[in-house]
Design a protein around this ligand. Structure first.
Ligand code: FES
Ligand SMILES: [Fe+2]
Length: 375
């Protein structure tokens, strides 16, 4: 028997997941539930991939910051007084306390432990009672800076200094959604969930419309038939799910203006691997921000985003409340099925299942996941 490169996944199981889609199986349950797999995944995927931390409109003014966790690394996204967005380690260079919590606006970040303070570019600005320390501070005594990029209004970050830049990898994805003007959208509402499953359970749920026929039978299926969904070829680490409208677009005014007919009435789900997910439709975007905490828990924020002009529209509040409620109702149906899947994946007799040809995006992601994991 061939040795397996991954704990808990047999070589035979991996080979089944790698078959062409028509013959392919899902990833084995161990890929979701084992702690040692999660540890490997953290090192090989989560700490080497690009993650969206915020929309630029969430940190609009110089000095605005958001403190958060990125794959076990506390980070600080700061809109610098020099106008640049930076992602830095939220770890004091003295004895490692986080220098800020939550969100806010600062000119200086003063550590709550011994009051060392840092400017918005991460430079040490003051360190009280350190006069007797020789050759202090050294030039490198500043908050560690990570790679970041602004892409279509998202501040993206990557903990891996060697990672290839994000934008070129998703250029075809960007072009596919160009008409939506993603870069000009703003976060209007945010829903927050604490989710008790492996993060891949949600990503897979997000990436296929096959489940509309049962899980969303009364909500999405009448407007977006599971059988009509399709997944275009990809040329990078991403996937697009196209869900055409079941009936011709009634032509009601859409919040996103100037969309071609085929996009105006349709629903799209896009994922840049591993977990940068956004759903696009004629009224805007729902950005699903996934923040894995452990192998069996992640924080999810669903940000309801609309073109900036919508905020000034008469009746905008009602429109946004409607969008928020519709988003929450769909996610409630997804929570119910993801809870079921998680129970099954954790059962001793859980293994692998056959994929539907409608689950091409899951298959695309599985090939990428196995390659990144070194399988
Ligand atoms: S740990 Fe930050 S000042 Fe001491
Ligand atoms: Fe769903």
């Amino acid at each position: 028997m061939e040795a397996s490169p991954l704990p808990g996944l047999s070589a035979e199981q991996i080979a089944r997941s790698r078959r062409p889609l028509e013959d392919a199986w899902t990833l084995p349950a161990a890929a979701y539930v084992r702690q040692d797999i999660h540890a490997l995944e953290t090192e090989r995927i989560l700490r080497r991939s690009w993650s969206p931390l915020a929309r630029v409109d969430q940190v609009p003014e110089p000095g605005d910051f958001i403190a958060m966790d990125l794959a076990g690394q506390p980070v600080l996204l700061v809109h610098g007084l020099d106008g640049t967005f930076r992602v830095m380690a939220n770890v004091c260079r003295h004895r490692a306390a986080p220098v800020a919590q939550g969100t806010g606006r600062r000119k200086l970040f003063t550590c709550p432990y011994h009051a060392w303070s840092y400017d918005t570019e991460g430079r040490l600005a003051a360190a009280p009672l350190m006069e007797g320390a020789r050759d202090f501070p050294s030039d490198d005594c500043r908050l560690t800076q990570f790679r970041s990029e602004v892409w279509e209004g998202f501040v993206m970050a990557n903990l891996d200094p060697q990672a290839p830049p994000f934008a070129p990898q998703v250029e075809s994805l960007r072009r596919y959604f160009e008409a939506f003007g993603i870069g000009d959208m703003v976060v209007a509402r945010t829903l927050t969930y604490d989710s008790g499953w492996n993060w891949k359970v949600l990503v897979e749920n997000f990436m296929e419309a096959y489940h509309h026929l049962a899980a969303h039978a009364q909500t999405l299926e009448p407007g977006f038939h599971a059988r009509d969904s399709s997944v275009p070829d990809n040329d990078g680490p991403w996937s697009i799910l196209h869900m055409p409208a079941a009936a011709p677009d009634p032509g009601r005014p859409r919040l996103v203006q100037g969309l071609p007919d085929w996009q105006a009435g349709a629903l799209f789900a896009a994922v840049a691997f591993p977990h940068f997910m956004f759903a696009m439709h004629g009224d805007g975007m729902a950005w699903y921000q996934v923040m894995p905490m452990t192998g069996d828990r992640f924080v999810l924020k669903i940000h309801v985003c609309v073109p900036r002009h919508v905020l000034d529209m008469e009746g905008a509040d009602d429109v946004l409340t409607h969008l928020e409620q519709a988003t929450a109702a769909i996610h409630a149906e997804d929570i119910a099925v993801n809870d079921l899947v998680w129970r099954g994946l954790n059962a001793p007799a859980s293994g692998q299942g056959r994929l539907s040809p409608l689950e091409r995006s899951i298959w695309q992601m599985n090939q990428w996941w196995l390659a990144q994991m070194g399988a």
